[in-house]
Design a protein. Structure first.
Length: 550
């Protein structure tokens, strides 16, 4: 007998030592079953996947495998997977290179406002989006970046008709290929944490273009985490294309820096000092200061190695106590490009408090707890090499030489288009292991690195998908309310039946191994499975009949 059962018996007869009849035995059995049910529910709540079982709508798991789904677009498994995903992104199949970003943007936009997008009684669309979220969250949350990336490859390939996952054995730098308009488009996929770096073989990428490749598209998924709990909050989708025209902007390029965008703004010092709206903020020190000063808040240029920084409030003018005039500080006037409305530079002399000037100050955008944030830019710093510049191109000198060679060959024509023959010749030369770029001469082990700052500032941000437990549960709850009760019950009972059949047949009750607790669990699971099958049959009949009547 199980210890739980023995405890129930002991507790029961402590209370009623003199009663031992049919009524008492029936009561004892009832108490035992109630206690066993409670214990079973507690154990199941602690099992892996318990959170998913709480969802209002539980769908079957369809796993995007590498071979049957990813590499065989005509297989039965692929057909089933595509059927589930067929209503994602509307009627976006794509006839150009933008098909991937358009479809992913449509998907992320859909999840931004679930109640609005699920307002129509469109069951096929609801089920497709529910299945996408079900599988996507499973991949992203349950696995590390490497495994999730491996699963994401066949998943994304199957979202496009005829799209295929590229076998690792082929040695291709692309992970999948899609064929919008019949033209082959290679895509490299990356799943990264917030500070993850996009990297790959420099020689292989050169070889891709040397073999006639026109582009390499990168789709990057970046996991964001909450600051306090360090829990995954969303996945942000980025996309960028590397072509012959922009290759050296992405691969081993000059150093880049984050800048602060500026905007032109009128300045009347007297009004600004009074805190008038639409005036740059000026602050004046106490008249007791030595000497009194007027400060201006702006984007302070300069600093180390030409970087732009948002510095302390520099001094715009100082009070000349002898003359009583506010005298302009030349350095600050130059930084903010102080000028008259007619455009004439003002770099020194008295500051006319009642006069009208024009200045360049930091641009702000809405957002953040403080209400407004600085608008930041991202600019190359020609002449400043990085580690990749040195490793891949041979430093500043080598980088300039290869840029010049691309110009000599005419890779980019005067009208901005690419000359395919010239581009291929350039990459053949750069990929040569004897005379090519420094990274090519070092072999395929040399990797390029694209930093988070680089792809987040230069890439196309497609959208973001929230993957917190609460946001996922909310979506399934909204979807369940829109789908008829019989259909929800059908899927949920199918999931319950699968669970209970597993619990029944997988109970360790062979020979003398079965404990009282295991036996009770198996009996409970078997009873539940029988009940599930009956409810499932009824729900299927009702759902199918209802759909046929429409």
């Amino acid at each position: 007998m199980s210890s739980d059962f023995n405890q129930i018996v002991e507790n029961h007869f402590k209370k009623k030592r003199n009663i031992f009849g049919f009524e008492s035995i029936a009561q004892l059995i009832e108490e035992m079953m109630r206690e066993e049910t409670s214990l079973t529910e507690k154990r199941r709540a602690a099992e892996p996947g318990a959170q998913q079982r709480k969802r209002a709508l539980r769908l079957p798991n369809i796993i995007p495998t590498e071979i049957t789904v990813g590499q065989r677009p005509n297989s039965e498994d692929r057909a089933i997977f595509e059927l589930w995903m067929s209503n994602l992104g509307g009627d976006i199949h794509g006839s150009d290179q933008a098909a991937v970003s358009e479809k992913l943007k449509a998907i992320t936009d859909f999840f931004d406002h679930p109640e609005q997008n699920l307002k129509e009684d469109n069951i096929p669309e609801m089920l497709s989006y529910c299945m996408f979220l079900n599988q996507f969250v499973w991949m992203i949350r349950e696995f590390n970046a490497s495994v999730a990336g491996f699963l994401w490859e066949p998943f994304l390939a199957s979202l496009f008709e005829g799209g295929v996952q590229v076998p690792t054995s082929e040695g291709d730098i692309a992970d999948i290929k899609i064929f919008p308009g019949g033209e082959e488009n290679p895509i490299s996929l990356k799943i990264l944490n917030e500070v993850g770096i996009v990297k790959g073989s420099f020689s292989d990428l050169l070889g891709h273009f040397a073999d006639g490749g026109k582009e390499m598209r990168y789709v990057v998924l970046v996991k964001d985490y909450t600051k306090k709990e360090k829990k995954m909050s969303q996945v942000v989708f980025y996309e960028f294309n590397i072509t012959a025209a922009n290759f050296m902007e992405w691969i081993g390029s000059w150093a880049h820096t984050e800048t602060i965008e500026t905007k032109e703004q009128g300045l009347v010092p007297a009004l600004a000092l009074q805190g008038a709206r639409r005036q740059p903020k000026l602050t004046q020190t106490s008249m007791k200061a030595k000497p009194p000063r007027i400060h201006i808040r702006h984007a302070k240029t300069g600093g180390q190695e030409g970087r732009q920084v948002y510095g302390d409030e520099p001094v715009l003018a100082k009070l000349d106590k002898e003359t009583g005039e506010w005298m302009i500080v030349p350095e600050t006037a130059a930084e903010i490009n102080l000028r008259t409305k007619a455009g004439q530079e003002v770099r020194e002399g008295p500051l006319d408090l009642e006069g009208s000037y024009v200045v360049d100050v930091a641009a702000h955008g809405r957002g953040g707890r403080g209400g407004s944030t600085l608008r930041r830019g991202y600019e190359a710093m020609p002449g400043m090499e990085t580690k990749d510049t040195r490793q891949l191109w041979g430093g500043e000198k080598g980088f300039k030489e290869w840029m010049a060679r691309a110009g000599e060959l005419g890779v980019v024509k005067d009208d901005g288009t690419i000359d395919p023959a010239a581009a291929q010749q350039f990459f053949i030369e750069a990929a040569d292991p004897a005379t090519g770029a420094a990274g090519a001469r070092k072999g395929s082990s040399e990797q390029f690195h694209i930093s988070p700052a680089h792809y987040k500032n230069k890439a196309n941000r497609i959208g973001a998908l929230r993957v917190t437990v609460q946001s996922v549960e909310n979506f399934f709850e909204v979807a369940a309310k829109k789908i008829n009760d019989d259909l929800v019950k059908m899927f949920n009972k199918l999931a319950d039946l699968t669970d209970n059949i597993g619990r029944f047949f997988l109970a360790d009750c062979g020979g003398d191994k079965c404990t009282d607790e295991d036996a009770a669990n198996r009996t409970s699971a078997g009873t539940a499975a029988i009940s599930d099958s009956g409810e499932l049959a009824a729900a299927v009949n009702n759902s199918v009949q209802r759909m046929q009547e429409k």
